[in-house]
Design a protein around this ligand. Structure first.
Ligand code: NDP
Length: 249
């Protein structure tokens, strides 16, 4: 699937929500989904970044997106409910949900890890995905074949020293996906899978590996084939699986 070639109208008439859509991989995914015909709901922390993506999608002549700012670090269950109510008033269904937003937290041993940072990382990287998914399940059920993509990491299946709450949040993301996919199996057309982007040239990667030459890394554009495959109808019926954009990450 790393070389999947999407048909031009792959996401025509589909409505998809991307978290962390203002920068990095999420920005690229939002723009490419729009270029394949999707109406994209841009969710993220920083409004100005979402507005910039909105303008770029409009300038490209792709379907008009929607902006939905939300800080996952502070949002509570009522915030997710009210966003779901608003989206439900504006859109007839939701065909895709890309959980992409994450924070890195500290790169430090467990022995020294700050409890405050731990809570924040788990809140943004895990609890937000649970609350957002739960609130949007009724809209996803209105789609004929909705796709939920959770973003994992190499440290989401094999623990690594100093990755702290980030690694733990990605292990939990794998668990959330598997639990949800099993619950949906046979009773819903919604599918859920995890996707590990692998080493990709973004701000987060540069923070995690400051000495690395970014030019040696894949760009977000390079890894988009699987993002398209999993979001579009060609992956219908595939659920509970782990995907990797690159051989290693
Ligand atoms: P970036 O740091 O470049 O982007 C992260 C995005 O998450 C930003 O748009 C950011 O919004 C958003 N975000 C952060 N905090 C919050 C919050 N409190 N509320 C809402 N949104 C928030 O990361 P990448 O693009 O590199 O990563 C995207 C995904 O891929 C992540 O899940 C990451 O774990 C995963 N990944 C990345 C790898 C890589 O090499 N790049 C490797 C493996 C996994 P804002 O800019 O407004 O803060």
């Amino acid at each position: 699937m790393q070389h999947y070639q999407a048909p031009e109208s792959l996401l025509k008439d589909r409505i998809v929500l991307v978290t962390g859509a203002g920068s990095g991989i999420g920005k690229t995914a939002a723009k490419i989904y729009a270029s394949y015909g999707a109406t994209v709901i841009l969710m993220g922390k920083t409004l100005a970044k979402l507005e910039q993506v909105y303008d770029e999608i409009e300038a490209a002549g792709d379907p008009q997106p929607a902006i939905c700012p939300l800080d996952f670090a502070t949002a509570n269950p009522n915030d997710y409910k009210s966003i779901a109510d608003t989206l439900n008033d504006e859109f007839p269904h939701l065909d895709g949900l890309l959980h992409n937003a994450s924070v890195l937290g500290q790169r430090t041993p467990i022995a020294q890890y700050s409890p405050e940072t731990w809570h924040q990382v788990i809140q943004v990287n895990l609890n937000a995905q649970f609350m957002l998914t739960q609130s949007l399940l009724p809209m996803l059920e209105q789609s004929k074949d909705a796709s939920i993509i959770f973003t994992s990491s190499g440290v989401g299946t094999k623990g690594r020293a100093y990755w702290g709450a980030y690694a733990v949040s990605k292990f939990a993301t794998e668990g959330l996906m598997e639990t949800l996919a099993d619950e949906l199996d046979g009773v819903s057309t919604i599918r859920a899978n995890t996707l590990n982007p692998g080493a990709t040239r973004t701000a987060m990667r540069a923070t995690a590996y400051p000495a690395e030459n970014p030019n040696t890394l894949k760009t977000a554009e390079d890894i988009m084939p699987i993002y398209l495959y999993l979001m579009g109808p060609d992956s219908k019926g595939i659920s509970g699986q782990r995907f990797n954009c690159q051989a290693e990450g």
